[in-house]
Design a protein around this ligand. Sequence first.
Ligand SMILES: Cc1cc2nc3c(=O)[nH]c(=O)nc-3n(C[C@H](O)[C@H](O)[C@H](O)COP(=O)(O)OP(=O)(O)OC[C@H]3O[C@@H](n4cnc5c(N)ncnc54)[C@H](O)[C@@H]3O)c2cc1C
Length: 555
Amino acid sequence: MATIDRVSGARHEVSNQALPLEDYNPFSSDRVLREAVSREGGDFAVERIERVGASAGSAEAIRWGFEAEEHRPTLTTHDRFGNRIDEVRFHPAYHDLMRLHVSNGTHASPWREPEPGSHVSRAAAFMCVSAADAGTGCPVSMTYSAIPALRTQPEIAAEWEPRFTSLEYDPRMIPAAEKTGAMCGMAMTEKQGGSDVRANTTAAVPLNGGGPGAEYELTGHKWFCSAPMCDAFLVLAQTDAGPSCFFMPRFTPDGERNRLHLQRLKDKLGNHSNASSEVEFDRAWAQLLGEEGRGVATIIEMVNHTRLDCVLGSTAGIRFGLAQAIWHAMHRSAFGKRLIDQPLMRNVLADLAIESEAATISAIWLARQFDEAHAGEHAAAARRRLATPVLKYWICKRAPSHAVECLECLGGNGYVEESPMPRLFRESPLQSIWEGSGNVQALDVLRAMVKSPDAVEAFFAEVGAASGEDRRLDAFAEATRRELTELEGIEARARRMVERMALALQASLLLRFGDQAVADAFCATRLDGDWGYAFGTLPAAADLGAIIDRHAPAR
Ligand SMILES: Cc1cc2nc3c(=O)[nH]c(=O)nc-3n(C[C@H](O)[C@H](O)[C@H](O)COP(=O)(O)OP(=O)(O)OC[C@H]3O[C@@H](n4cnc5c(N)ncnc54)[C@H](O)[C@@H]3O)c2cc1C
């Protein structure tokens, strides 16, 4: 497009710039994701996911993502008369994004329709919307994840589950019984202890003798409580028997605002559309979920699912960054050739694509383990036990370096806020921190190895399903298994072990279900060491063209 400056008369040509990647469908235009969803049991929902993808990739939804990022939520602690109201106000774009999620059931579909493949199809839909905005994924994920923990107390679940699984998004700050739908949050972390939740000091006092489902008053402080406008929260607090899990609604049963007071909102590196708060409980009303002293075991039911969503969220970011990078390279020329035709850029893009395919295939495979575990399959529950922390550790760890490299593919444009890349970059470390940081995941793998030896067997049986397909995986898997048996200094080696387990699992899945060129290059680089230290260092034999073509986004 050519424009003429009216004052100076200077001519300003705009050429060789990529068009924005919008009005595209992140599901139907994506072979790798589509194949994974079909393979892992989500075929029945393909049309539905396509509809979600079309909405999430629309220019309108992409604009919502920018607006919700730019206009951060604000906290109003008091009304003009001095009454506490503790309300968070959002830009309309945030509500539009929430509506997009909730109306498509990304917060609840497996509980509404618990058929085979429902966690898989929900995973794909969640990933599509996460590409438009990651922040809204937080309350959506917590609501989805709260249900298994809530079911510990059937009478509370009977009252609240229909609200949490409603497809109506209702942001009004009124008692949940008067609303058409509700959302659920979680408050565990305190100043003195996040990973170490047993250090929590928030105290719970029974009102009428206590016990499962009984009423308590909670007093204390939570250092992180995201999505504080949710209608209820799962909260950890101490009873005489130790950490216990509570269900705390925003309004008490008599319709009064509960005494949970938002102190301030966090000023975060990224995740700007999502409000994260510090909150004070001043004898706040709550009900006990499960037994006193069994709080960690109860809330872990929720945390397992939010960890799955960390894997999905990081994978969504990896896939989004790759699509932006390839798209830009397809439309930008330098030194007389399109970037996508420059040999060195092809190496960078192909290497990023390999990481994306490995993440996608393993994330959707993991969602299937949730489907099968919920259906009562013991082997799937055993695979899930180890694969969840292994993949949470690894895929979340890969996200920031992947985002940086994708950003660089756009050159200077990638560093400018008008592009989506700075947002992707700021978001990228978060999934690794919350729901158990990297070291905590690695230590959880060690814990599972001690407490659930069947999980180790199930994990390596899955890796071994590709046995004989590639000698590099066979050797790598055997050496990894050997490392696991050397207990000397195992805690200090935990990251290294978990990294190797993740690579072995991803290689096995790629060899069986992925593209041959991708699987071959993955094994050569990630397992056999024929690789550099940055992306873009694939060996000469890698089939760069085939790998990139498979991942190129289409409008
Ligand atoms: C944006 C955002 C939103 C959040 N929202 C919520 C929320 O809604 N609800 C909620 O409850 N929490 C929330 N959190 C808190 C989050 O879950 C914690 O920050 C996280 O679990 C880590 O806890 P911590 O910050 O206390 O760090 P620490 O527990 O002090 O950990 C610091 C570092 O030490 C490492 N570490 C800990 N223990 C060990 C060990 N034994 N060996 C080796 N290394 C170790 C950790 O891996 C980490 O790298 C949120 C955090 C962020 C950033």
